[in-house]
Ligand binder design. Structure first.
Ligand code: TRP
Length: 450
């Protein structure tokens, strides 16, 4: 399809894909998962998942997407035959569900942005907790923010202002990094912060259960945007000479670095002001306002400005991720149903908005909206991150390692023979054996079969 755009430069590719990877997964989900799973030991398993399974998995999706240069479902079909389109369908379904609940949390960030501008978050730790509870259990407001976030994503995806986003990313991503560093220092200087640093660095393996492995796997895939054909869709815009392994490695490193910074920002502060590390999805929202107040108590204006900047950048980071989830379905409906991009985008926007409203209500006003003992939001998160993403990545590994034409894969991997073959063998070994076996073992272990 010759009229599909390509990303402008090498930097733009890494930026857009990194923009998809870096988001609430790093700053919201990683700290709360780490907190619920006992800290350092979880992080070690998480790293193993990123480097052993994540990077080869990312390369898989990149290969499929760049080779086929079309929407996810068709791309998988081209590599393995019609039946393999199912990976694309599964990916589109998964990313639609993720966008639904992700928008709820992104909506909370929007609310916190405006609340910090209005100076409403200023108060002692008990006040901060009450503020979150009161806001999130309102029947209307959080729903509106969530749907609002889906609509903002809709505008960007359907109007195609990706160029503007690309340009903004060049400035805003480094700024987010700098601000995170400042907040890490600020948080670590709070009284009693050492306990939080220890929690992150001293592994306690007695806390490791089978659940921890699946949660680390799910977190790694979620954070890398892996397993939903999202990377495949982005790679369909890559240039022919992009070094796929190198890009995957760079993105995984950056993504992990930001997650660790987020941990170092949250836990020292949480321990300092007495927030429980296993507070779950509310963790960053009941911890951060304390950092801005306590750490900058001598210079409240600086704290005020930094808090606004931080929430603004968080919203931006979430937006570059929601765009990628929305794009998967939009291109699919656009190319397969021959709808205009606009109409195709509306299909997704409506479905995601409905999911967002139900998820939002389930953690607030209608807490009886539960499935398997979890709120609808937690259930969607569990279903996608821990079941659907690993399944997507598993099937993709089988396809690339065992089914696809070996020569074709090799040509794509080495950019038609221009790159060295050394890593090809290692990569092939891991997608044939390591990735599928590890995923199956973790599943079996979790469901008590092993
Ligand atoms: N990786 C993103 C984050 O960490 C979330 C995300 C974007 C995602 N696209 C995805 C997760 C596709 C899974 C699949 O915030």
């Amino acid at each position: 399809m010759s009229n599909r755009g390509t990303f402008g430069s090498k930097l733009a590719i890494v930026l857009a894909t990194a923009g998809s990877a870096v988001g609430l997964g790093n700053i919201w989900r990683f700290p709360f998962m780490t907190g619920q799973n006992g800290g350092a030991a979880f992080i070690l398993i998480y790293f193993a998942c990123v480097f052993l399974l994540g990077i080869p998995g990312m390369v898989n999706e990149f290969l499929v997407g760049r080779h086929a240069q079309t929407n996810a479902a068709r791309a998988y079909g081209q590599i393995g035959g019609r039946g393999w389109r199912v990976i694309g369908y599964l990916g589109i379904l998964t990313s639609t569900i993720i966008l639904g609940f992700y928008a709820v949390v992104a909506g909370w960030c929007l609310q916190y942005l405006f609340a910090s501008i209005a100076g409403q978050l200023d108060g002692d730790p008990t006040y901060v907790v009450t503020y979150f509870k009161t806001f999130s259990s309102d029947p209307v407001k959080p729903c509106l923010w969530g749907v609002g976030f889906v609509l903002i994503t809709h505008v960007v995806v359907s109007q195609g202002v990706e160029k503007g986003i690309e340009r903004a990313s060049k400035l805003l991503m480094p700024l987010l990094l700098v601000l995170l560093l400042i907040l890490v220092v600020a948080s670590c200087m709070l009284p009693g912060a050492v306990k939080g640093v220890e929690f992150l660095l001293k592994p306690d393996f007695s806390k490791v259960s089978s659940k921890v492995f699946l949660e680390a796997l799910g977190q790694a895939f979620f954070s890398l945007s892996l397993g939903t054909a999202c990377l495949c869709t982005y790679a369909s815009y890559f240039k022919r000479d992009t070094n796929l392994l190198k890009s995957a490695t760079q993105i995984a490193l950056l993504d992990s670095f930001i997650a660790i910074l987020a941990g170092l920002m949250i836990f020292p502060a949480a321990f300092s002001v007495g927030v429980q590390p296993d507070s779950g999805p509310s963790l960053i929202f009941i911890t951060l306002p304390n950092v801005f107040r306590e750490a900058f108590s001598a210079m409240p204006v600086v704290g005020y400005v930094i808090s606004i900047l931080f929430y603004a950048l968080l919203v931006f980071a979430a937006l570059t991720s929601t765009i990628s989830m929305h794009e998967i379905g939009t291109v699919f409906f656009h190319e397969e149903l021959k709808l205009t991009r606009h109409r195709a985008a509306w299909i997704l926007t409506v479905i995601c908005s409905v999911i967002a409203v139900f998820c939002s209500l389930s953690v607030g006003a209608y807490s009886n909206l539960q499935l398997f003992g979890m709120s609808l939001l937690d259930f969607c998160d569990f279903l996608t991150a821990q079941l659907m993403l690993p399944t997507g990545a598993f099937l993709t590994s089988i396809l690339m390692g065992w089914v696809a034409n070996r020569q074709l894969v090799k040509d794509e991997f080495t950019n038609g023979g221009t790159l060295r073959e050394t890593f090809f063998r290692t990569w092939l070994f891991s997608v044939r054996y390591i990735v599928p076996l590890c995923i199956v073992l973790i599943f079996l272990h979790q469901f008590g079969i092993l």
